[in-house]
Design a protein. Structure first.
Length: 139
């Protein structure tokens, strides 16, 4: 049975894989690095056995690299669904961005200060910062 791997991050030309089941296995990550380095469209491979991650820089298609790795029984790509910001966006109907997240945190901090009875300065300040972040959100 092959080891499950996750694509932690992917942008055109670069991907970071996580293989949590092999974390700390230096020999496995050396073998993984060597196998990826032999692929024709791979420019650079960096592995970190301590974190269980592999970063691959490539020229063309990540899919071809993943299929080759699976064919060599290096790992199987785990495509189980995970909670993401897209799911939150679908539920809320609003675009989730950094300012929205900041506004949410500031609003929550304002509520905490309000519940503690610190209404005048801390709570109002947090609510003001939250309002400003929400106004800038999505622009």
């Amino acid at each position: 049975m092959s080891t499950p791997a996750l694509i932690a991050h992917h942008i055109p030309g670069r991907a970071r894989l996580l293989v949590p089941g092999k974390r700390g296995d230096v020999q496995y990550f050396a073998r993984l690095s060597a196998a990826f380095s032999q692929a024709g469209n791979v420019k650079c491979v960096k592995s970190n056995p301590e974190t269980g991650s592999l970063t691959v820089e490539f020229r063309d298609d990540l899919g071809a690299i993943m299929r080759r790795a699976q064919a060599q029984d290096l790992f199987t790509l785990d495509q189980s669904p995970t909670v993401s910001l897209k799911l939150i966006q679908l539920v809320s109907g609003r675009k989730i961005d950094a300012m929205f997240m900041l506004g949410s945190v500031m609003g929550a901090a304002g509520m905490v200060q309000l519940m503690r009875g610190r209404v005048l300065v801390p709570a109002i300040s947090f609510f003001w910062y939250a309002m400003q972040a929400f106004r800038r959100s999505g622009s």
